[in-house]
Design a protein around this ligand. Structure first.
Ligand code: G4P
Length: 189
């Protein structure tokens, strides 16, 4: 998606050789017009298939999932990373390790919001090692829903998440796929 790639080149910052900071338009300040174009693009990629819900994980995935969901006319369900007093007791859970943050957390989704009649599109902002998507897919499997595909805004192709998921037969589509970020120079695939 050229609009997105141009924006990454203009406003993205490479940190420590492997982290891309895009907080001026994607995951802190949000450019809603750009997000709307991203939502349209996901609709044109996955729109030929029936989707009943979009699934993501808090927090940065929520904005892009919501705007995409408007194009599909379906609800968004987001996995919560922390349990709270008002969370249902009847939940699907999956334990996820984040290499980028070096933390392990539990994803929680109420059983009321996913079931075997659902056809799920996963949407997330970044794909690095793939663990967030694996956790979401674990929850989809527990609910007996069907995973239709995975839409990612920015895939770091030099990390192993994309290969891991595609080798499992998961239909992963990324709008910008980064080949390398050596010496602060970002190269798309
Ligand atoms: P994985 O899911 O692909 O395995 O990725 P990983 O756990 O390594 O990434 C953990 C978090 O870091 C994710 O956010 C992911 O979106 C974010 N992340 C990974 N690489 C980058 C990067 O290069 N730039 C930026 N800006 N973020 C990156 P999260 O845990 O879901 O937290 P949140 O920020 O959405 O709350």
């Amino acid at each position: 998606m050229n609009l997105l790639k141009e924006r990454i080149l203009a406003d993205g910052k490479v940190l420590n050789g492997s982290i891309l900071k895009v907080d001026s338009f994607l995951n802190h300040q949000i450019d809603v017009n750009l997000l709307n174009e991203i939502g349209k693009e996901f609709k044109s990629i996955f729109g030929s298939q029936k989707v009943t819900k979009i699934l993501t994980v808090e927090s940065s995935g929520i904005a892009v999932a919501c705007i995409t969901a408007q194009h599909f006319g379906v609800p968004v369900v987001f996995a919560k990373k922390a349990s709270s007093k008002n969370m249902d007791l009847d939940i699907y859970t999956s334990v996820v390790h984040s290499y980028t943050r070096d933390t392990t957390y539990t994803m929680n989704v109420s059983k009321r919001f996913l079931n075997e009649s659902d056809r799920i599109l996963i949407i997330d902002d970044f794909l690095a090692n793939g663990n967030a998507v694996l956790g979401l897919n674990d929850i989809i499997q527990q609910s007996n829903a069907l995973l239709i595909g995975v839409g990612i805004v920015i895939e770091k192709g030099f990390q192993n998440g994309g290969d891991l998921l595609r080798n499992q037969g998961i239909n992963v589509k990324s709008l910008a796929r980064i080949h390398s970020m050596h010496n602060g120079i970002l190269v798309f695939e």
